[in-house]
Design a protein around this ligand. Structure first.
Ligand code: NAD
Length: 473
């Protein structure tokens, strides 16, 4: 049994003031694997005070110094890759190939920020003014459970690069990953107070961070509902916010697409991270005249996709993170059937060969209309909807008929045509015939998928404010 009893404040592991113990589960067995002692408001305030004390000196460090800190943080997290991998599999249930990528990403994102920082000009000339990009202050960084280690490191990387200090509120459900990452970051030897890590409940520690006057900025990844609550809470002190929220990403299969490539790619986009991905391509738009052909290829392909034990290298889809998440997915499957969508693959219940864990069957509905609940709401599980369309104009209209706008996919044999369609999609990222990630490019949502951007220069500038100096020649 794991027992996690410490939080990290002012460069030291300390016992929290909070007394609540929170159970940690292995989603592949539904068994309790440990407990974490949660921080409370008092702990959050101590962490904010430490970050505030550290800010004046840290904000004055130079670019070379911070590049060096980021390199050290990268080396320290990389050194713990195997431990992080084990924690991700045990506590989150990611299949091993995905868990390996996630563990590597937590380190690489720190190096990505170092290279952005190296090339970044903090001072530029605009007319007669000298414009200096200035760090905002104490940043509150709040992460979800679906990639906790990676989000901690990614947000901290941008904050450190900008010269901000940080209070991190990881998901309370991801305490094993947080422990590994905290130990690694501590080993890098940054000055005390530059980052502080307080695992606690969202409505307690997260709420304190979102309202505290000494927090200048909140960078949040999580649900749209909580994102809106943070925006409201931060309004009183006009906090700067970056909100990375939910999605209902369309996959536009154009009528010239080669289905031998398009079908596996669409299913990978939909089932990535066991369907628990904000960027999952969950609405698959297929030309009506090729619908039967597409459906047949989907049925054959889904039959090859294994949902089960995350430690089996053949597994593509691991368990849902919690019982609550499992029940949520089951409810959406029932809703889809009730609304008259046609079940093409999967359905309610557990996949054959699995028992106690929170496993779900890879599920695809066809004949879905865009006004059905399963086409509008984020399910956050491996449940996909195929929506037939008449022509490309209608496909673009359906793709954009959503309150979200995080990511989209366009699949076509004609690159120029796909490029033209991609230009008309309302989303922060559009991937044409690929699932590749580009860490140098901004990432974030249009519409209710968020506010602001992460990664690259845009992500760095989200932790800074421009200051214009006049008459300083
Ligand atoms: P969530 O919104 O429930 O929780 C996210 C974090 O916010 C947790 O640390 C939680 O404790 C905290 N929180 C909860 N209530 C809070 C409050 N009132 N004030 C401050 N903090 C609070 O999300 P989740 O269930 O952990 O994650 C799944 C969601 O995250 C999905 O909607 C998914 O789309 C989204 N997500 C978005 C991105 C992106 O980059 N756009 C990436 C991954 C996940």
């Amino acid at each position: 049994m794991h027992r996690i009893e410490q939080i990290y404040i002012d460069g030291a592991f300390v016992a929290p003031h909070g007394q609540e113990w929170f159970d940690l589960f292995n989603p592949a067995t539904a068994q309790v694997i440990g407990q974490v002692r949660l921080a409370d408001e008092h702990d959050a305030r101590r962490a904010i005070a430490a970050a505030r004390r550290a800010f004046p000196a840290f904000s004055r460090t130079g670019k070379a110094e911070r590049v060096e800190w980021l390199r050290r943080l990268h080396a320290a997290v990389q050194a713990r890759e195997d431990d992080l991998f084990d924690a991700i599999v045990e506590e989150y249930g990611a299949p091993v190939s995905r868990a390996r990528w996630m563990a590597q990403y937590a380190a690489s994102v720190l190096l990505d920020a170092a290279s952005v920082l190296e090339d970044y000009a903090f001072t530029r000339r605009m007319g007669t003014a000298e414009v200096v990009m200035t760090p905002l202050g104490v940043a509150g960084l709040i992460t979800p459970w679906n990639s906790n280690g990676g989000f901690i490191c990614g947000k901290l990387a941008a904050a450190v690069a900008a010269g901000c200090t940080a209070v991190i509120k990881p998901s309370e459900m991801s305490a094993l990953q947080t422990r590994v990452v905290t130990e690694a970051l501590h080993a890098a030897g940054l000055p005390p107070g530059v980052f502080n890590i307080v695992t606690g409940r969202g409505e307690v520690v997260g709420a304190e961070i979102s309202t505290h006057p000494d927090v200048a900025k909140v960078s949040f990844t999580g649900s749209t509902e909580v994102g809106k609550a943070i925006l409201r809470a931060g309004a009183q002190t006009l906090k700067r916010v970056t909100l990375e929220l939910g999605g209902k990403s369309p996959v536009l299969v154009l009528d010239d697409a080669d289905f031998a490539q398009a079908v596996p790619l669409a299913l990978q986009a939909g089932f990535m991270n066991s369907g628990q991905a904000c960027i999952a391509g969950t609405r698959i738009l297929v030309p009506r005249q090729r619908l039967a052909e597409f459906e047949a290829a989907v049925v054959a392909e889904v039959a090859r996709i294994r949902s089960g034990d995350p430690r089996d290298p053949d597994t593509a889809i691991g368990p849902m993170v919690s019982q609550k998440q499992w029940e949520r997915v089951q409810r959406y499957i029932r809703l889809g059937i009730g609304e008259g969508a046609r079940l093409l693959a999967g359905g309610e219940g557990r996949p054959r060969g699995t028992r106690d864990g929170w496993f779900v069957r890879p599920t695809v509905f066809s004949g879905v209309r865009n006004d059905m609940t399963i086409a509008r709401e984020e399910i956050f599980g491996p449940v996909l909807a195929i929506l037939p369309y008449r022509d490309t104009e209608e496909a673009i209209a359906i793709a954009n008929d959503t309150s979200y706008g995080l990511q989209a996919y366009v699949l076509s044999a004609d690159a120029a045509r796909a490029r033209a369609v991609a230009g008309r999609i309302e989303a922060g990222r559009v991937l044409v015939n690929t699932l590749a990630h580009e860490p140098a490019a901004p990432f974030g949502g249009f519409k209710q998928s968020g506010i602001g951007r992460e990664y690259g220069t845009f992500g760095l500038e989200a932790f800074m404010e421009p200051k214009s100096l006049l008459g300083v020649d």
